[in-house]
Unconditional design. Structure first.
Length: 283
């Protein structure tokens, strides 16, 4: 593990113990479960780990550890909801770690999950089934502003990561994508009743989804939103200002934050791509 990775892990641990929304017993449990996965990495056989009582199938070890860190340790998607049996929409479900997270804190929640990659979707389905989670609907499709067939791009260097943006660059310039065909759907078609939480992590297509929801007047049914905004120098269509204007027009207040370690504004400026979190809630 590099010096920077070690500092990142330390920073994540400090963030975990600084979190006020969970009890100290839960913090200690998360801490030991996470570091058990890190320390036993070399001894793990196959693509299955046990974490917090869940049996988790995965595609990429680094992808698995990174998502656990973001979701469970840093709490990127933790939202305190008034409804204890909330209705949640998860766009970009990946292998299902966000679903496991939501079910841990809201066991009687109803969740609809969209995941475009067939390979990732199969692992997602295994994780939902093997952990006997109920109240979850899985849809193997990408959410966008059009219906039909869609080409998206899977990152060969980071299995489990995909995007609908064909020309996305990484700061290192080492991303290598392969094409895969999937189905594209309108998220607005799936919102007829009140949604307690909308979670979006779709690697650069956020603008299209919010414009669709706005045009169909569906944001008035959404109470809370948490999404990962992906900025890329070659993806001018995914403008943050337009998304924030849409949210403000629909009576949302927004909070922009980052849980990444040591990212100064100057550091971010030097990158061709980066991401941060946006929380939106009704005023």
């Amino acid at each position: 593990m590099t010096k920077f990775s070690t500092l990142n892990r330390l920073d994540s641990s400090l963030q975990l113990f600084a979190r006020e929304e969970i009890k100290i017993k839960e913090k200690i449990l998360l801490f030991f479960n996470f570091y058990k996965i890190l320390l036993l990495r070399k001894f793990n056989k196959g693509n299955i780990v046990n974490f917090m009582g869940y049996k988790i199938n995965y595609i990429s070890r680094s992808n698995l550890e990174g998502i656990i860190e973001e979701i469970f340790i840093k709490g990127d998607y933790f939202v305190k909801l008034e409804n204890k049996s909330p209705t949640i929409i998860d766009c970009g479900g990946n292998i299902g770690l966000s679903a496991l997270f939501f079910k841990r804190y809201y066991p009687t929640s109803t969740i609809t999950i969209f995941e475009p990659s067939k390979t990732t979707f199969d692992v997602l389905s295994e994780n939902i089934e093997s952990n006997k989670l109920s109240g979850i609907k899985l849809i193997n499709a990408a959410v966008s502003d059009t219906k039909g067939d869609l080409i998206f791009y899977k990152n060969k260097r980071s299995p489990g990561s995909s995007t609908t943006v064909s020309y996305t660059k990484s700061t290192s310039g080492l991303n290598d994508y392969i094409e895969e065909k999937t189905k594209s759907v309108l998220l607005s078609d799936y919102i007829d009743n009140d949604i307690d939480l909308l979670k979006v992590d779709i690697e650069g297509g956020e603008n299209k989804v919010f414009k669709d929801l706005d045009s169909k007047n569906k944001l008035n049914k959404v109470k809370e939103i948490v999404f990962e905004y992906h900025d890329n120098i070659d993806n001018a269509d995914n403008g943050l200002c337009e998304i924030l204007d849409i949210l403000e027009k629909n009576k949302f207040r927004t909070i922009i934050y980052s849980s990444d370690f040591a990212l100064s504004s100057e550091k971010i400026k030097s990158r061709v791509s980066y991401h941060f979190m946006v929380r939106a809630y009704k005023v």
